[in-house]
Design a protein around this ligand. Structure first.
Ligand SMILES: Cc1cc2nc3c(=O)[nH]c(=O)nc-3n(C[C@H](O)[C@H](O)[C@H](O)COP(=O)(O)OP(=O)(O)OC[C@H]3O[C@@H](n4cnc5c(N)ncnc54)[C@H](O)[C@@H]3O)c2cc1C
Length: 74
């Protein structure tokens, strides 16, 4: 038996507060921005196409810079 784990993002609690895909992934733009202004997301729980460690790490940096860029423009 092969048990595969880790495909369902733990985003149930976000339902109704921001845009999610039918798989529960947080929909993000190129800067990690979500459908809620000022809220950014990164990593496997988002619509980033490939779920790998190095991609999630880079995605975190991108979302942090996206948040910084958002704040500095306020
Ligand atoms: C079995 C398996 C094998 C894998 N093998 C590889 C591999 O060989 N190479 C590779 O590159 N990638 C691999 N991956 C993928 C890699 O693990 C992920 O891409 C990476 O961990 C994603 O990082 P993340 O920070 O986005 O999410 P995660 O590492 O999943 O971190 C999310 C964190 O948020 C926490 N969390 C969740 N909900 C809440 C909440 N409500 N409140 C507070 N905290 C919360 C979780 O406990 C977790 O610590 C594998 C994944 C699995 C499941």
């Amino acid at each position: 038996m092969f048990i595969q784990i880790g495909l369902v993002p733990n985003t149930e609690w976000l339902k109704g507060s921001m845009e999610l895909t039918k798989f529960g992934e947080i929909v993000v733009g190129p800067r990690g921005e979500t459908s809620v202004p000022g809220v950014f997301a990164a990593g496997d729980c988002t619509t980033v196409p490939f779920k790998q460690i190095i991609i999630a790490a880079g995605d975190g940096a991108k979302a942090a810079l996206g948040a910084f860029d958002h704040l500095i423009r306020q």
